[in-house]
Design a protein around this ligand. Structure first.
Ligand SMILES: NC(=O)c1ccc[n+]([C@@H]2O[C@H](COP(=O)([O-])OP(=O)(O)OC[C@H]3O[C@@H](n4cnc5c(N)ncnc54)[C@H](OP(=O)(O)O)[C@@H]3O)[C@@H](O)[C@H]2O)c1
Length: 251
């Protein structure tokens, strides 16, 4: 049984807790969070807001915002324990030298109320020695079938790409939703299109699945869209994206 303590009980901390709790190979023996938490019945775990009360565990998982990982890792009253963070963009070396360092980055988007299936989520692991890598592999394999050894430089690039395909695309959903709302139309109308676009990535590469007026050079349609966007904050995005697609060499 791998004994784990989760530090930070936000989106990632809670999802990891739930995934580990469903597994017999991992025991989350404690959760630490900066401020008190109102636990619902599904969470049955020892909890503390006092960092001095941390128990003995095999792996300590820091799941706090990127900019606060280093500070929290320095505050831990631990010596030579395996302490990992869950960030896509923070280097392994940002963790304090007081402990053995590792990364346990689940490459997925986590929101508190959205259910995720960990099985297919790539867990990107990194550590400074084989033994710690083995421990992280064991921990990851308890919840996912997709464990990848990724170093800090590669992870940085992965995270950058993830921002484009996840955060930026999600922002574009918000743009689409706003444009429809302005015309009293429901965002539900777009959901089959969104699903199909994502599904196509299973069988086609992104270049082959590009469609739309910019790719076809339908200039009159583009002109009309720009006219409809006159005075809108979204016109600039439409122009930039259209140019980028037009400049790409599609066969
Ligand atoms: N969300 C995702 O989709 C996702 C995906 C992969 C990786 N990650 C990575 O996972 C990590 C956590 O992200 P998250 O989305 O779970 O964050 P989050 O939901 O914003 O949770 C933040 C947690 O950190 C605590 N916290 C904030 N500032 C702190 C500080 N200065 N000292 C100690 N604790 C502090 C908060 O405690 P309070 O309750 O006291 O505010 C809260 O429990 C980040 O490194 C992020 O890059 C996120």
């Amino acid at each position: 049984m791998i004994k784990v303590i989760i530090l930070g009980f936000g989106n990632v901390g809670q999802h990891l807790y739930q995934a580990f709790s469903r597994n017999s190979k991992v025991d989350v023996i404690q959760v630490f969070n900066r401020s008190p938490i109102n636990f619902s019945e599904e969470f049955q775990v020892s909890f503390t807001t006092d960092i001095r009360q941390l128990k003995e565990a095999d792996i300590y998982i820091i799941a706090v915002p990127d900019d606060t990982i280093q500070e929290l890792s320095k505050k831990l009253p631990l010596k030579n324990k395996l302490v990992v963070h869950t960030s896509g963009s923070v280097a392994l070396n940002h963790l304090s030298d007081n402990n053995k360092k590792g990364v346990f980055y689940p490459l997925q988007t986590f929101s508190k109320n959205a259910v995720v299936d960990f099985k297919s989520i790539p867990i990107c692991i990194e550590a400074n020695n084989k033994e710690d890598l083995k421990s992280l592999k064991q921990l990851g394999s308890a919840i996912s079938e997709n464990i990848q050894e990724i170093n800090s430089k590669e992870r940085e690039q992965l995270h950058l790409s993830a921002v484009f395909v996840n955060n930026f695309v999600n922002y574009l959903y918000q743009v689409g939703s706003d444009l429809l709302l302005d015309n009293s139309l429901s965002f539900d109308l777009l959901k089959p299109l969104i699903k199909e676009t994502a599904k196509k990535m299973e069988s086609l590469n992104p270049v082959d699945s590009q469609t739309g007026p910019a790719k076809r050079n339908d200039f009159k349609t583009i002109e009309n869209h720009l006219h409809l966007l006159e005075g809108s904050p979204y016109k600039e995005i439409y122009e930039v994206m259209t140019k980028k697609i037009q400049n790409k060499n599609y066969k």
